[in-house]
Design a protein around this ligand. Structure first.
Ligand SMILES: [Zn+2]
Ligand SMILES: [Zn+2]
Length: 412
């Protein structure tokens, strides 16, 4: 059909026709229901306005006091940037850099990149392709929403013994989180790339309803272009293109075993040291949960149990199961396994909430011997577990969950 675009689904590798969409319409994969394309109303103005407003809120967040805390007549004031700098100056550099990247550098870069790309389409700015590649690579590592959840948990932990007052920056940060979320809702990978540069023409004999692998076609995971098997790099974005992520299962399994090994010290080592009226208490993830439970803070205790114990263990076990499933015959896998993969991929980053709670408490609670909180080495090890399991999900190729499904002649 001339004029109709052919696309490969990034989750199931099915080649299909992409209909001409009207404003506000979406196109989904007919086999796995993945969103292939969406036509956003005002595709340039709205993302630019949301991202610019988000950046302005980020600026305000850094200008004014964030939160102040009072204990027995003493007061401590925290600025947003302190979350990273306090940790950095106290020999927790690795944790400080992670926190700074997740809550400041990556979110700010993503917002600036959206503005640059959208304006770049009008003014033909240089390096647009490179900026778009980095934007979609960094998107999962922006954790401002998790930081906001960490703040709320920290406040519940502190509210019984301290007097908390929220500064202007806190409210600016809440608005930043909303605008940041909204910006990503109004941009679509396929739509953005189709406006940045024209997609390469697919092979003339390509047949919709068969997998890309069967027709010597592969998907550029970065820009969604359909590329011939003979081409090593994408003609549009210059990314390396593979029919499947090379050694996907081996890489995923290696990372999962590393996460299993690190998960043991992450639970045994203290994640936080609390000094209260001169006495020192080290707490692990489990003892932190038990303490909250005994204090009657059941909702927060359950959030900590869910984020720090249940989600990481479930994610590791489910990823092992998916690796096993990927090697099974076609009948044993398909849409359900893909949906499970997408769920664990999305939910896994929320495990970082406990690490961010430690970073927030360590910045905020500074009253020397009266009451102080210091991060423990367990927090860094646990952060490593979360990062490694996120990398494991990235290395896993969900198209393996459909292979052998679309055998020759099996049209969908
Ligand atoms: Zn699909
Ligand atoms: Zn590409």
């Amino acid at each position: 059909m001339p004029g109709v675009e052919l696309v490969l689904c990034r989750h199931c590798d099915l080649l299909q026709h992409l209909p001409q969409l009207q404003e506000g319409e979406q196109a989904h994969c007919i086999r796995c229901d993945h969103q292939l394309d969406v036509r956003q109303p005002q595709p340039i103005l709205r993302p630019v306005l949301y991202a610019a407003s988000a950046l302005f809120m980020m600026l305000l967040t850094n200008l004014f006091p964030f939160v102040s805390l009072g204990v027995a007549g003493n007061r401590s004031e925290m600025h947003f940037f302190d979350t990273a700098t306090v940790l950095f100056t106290e020999y927790h550099q690795a944790l400080a850099i992670l926190v700074w990247l997740f809550i400041q550098a990556v979110p700010a870069f993503c917002m600036a990149a959206v503005i640059y790309l959208k304006l770049g389409m009008i003014y033909k700015l240089p390096a647009r392709i490179w900026v778009a590649r980095v934007l979609f690579m960094l998107k999962p590592w922006s954790m401002v929403d998790i930081f906001l959840m960490g703040l709320l948990i920290s406040f519940v932990k502190l509210v019984a013994n301290t007097d908390i007052s929220l500064g202007l920056s806190f409210w600016a940060f809440c608005l930043f989180c909303l605008l940041h979320l909204r910006t990503f809702q109004v941009i679509d990978r396929h739509e953005m790339w189709s406006k940045l540069a024209p997609a390469p023409k697919p092979a003339v004999n390509a047949i919709a309803g068969l997998s890309g692998l069967e027709q010597q076609l592969k998907l550029c995971q970065c820009c969604t272009a359909v590329v011939a098997m003979t081409q090593s790099h994408c003609p549009r974005c210059d990314s390396r293109v593979y029919p499947r992520i090379p050694s996907s299962l081996q890489k995923t399994l290696a990372l999962l075993f590393a996460a299993c090994v690190l998960y043991i010290p992450a639970n045994l080592l203290p994640i936080m040291r609390t000094v209260s009226f001169g006495s020192i208490t080290d707490s692990t993830i489990i003892s932190g949960f038990l303490l909250m439970w005994q204090d009657g803070e059941y909702p927060v205790a359950l959030v900590i149990l869910l984020a720090s114990v249940i989600i990481p263990i479930a994610k590791i076990l489910i990823m092992f199961w998916l690796c096993y499933k990927a090697r099974q015959p076609a009948a044993a896998k398909g849409k359900f396994t893909t949906q499970v993969y997408l769920l664990v991929d999305w939910v896994g980053r929320w495990s970082m909430v406990d690490v961010l709670v430690v970073a927030i408490l360590a910045t905020l609670v500074r009253f020397d011997l009266l009451m102080s909180v210091y991060p423990g080495v367990g927090a860094l090890v646990f952060a490593a577990v979360v990062v490694i399991t996120m990398l494991a999900a990235i290395c896993f190729d969900p198209r393996l969950l459909w292979d052998q499904h679309a055998v020759k002649g099996d049209r969908v």
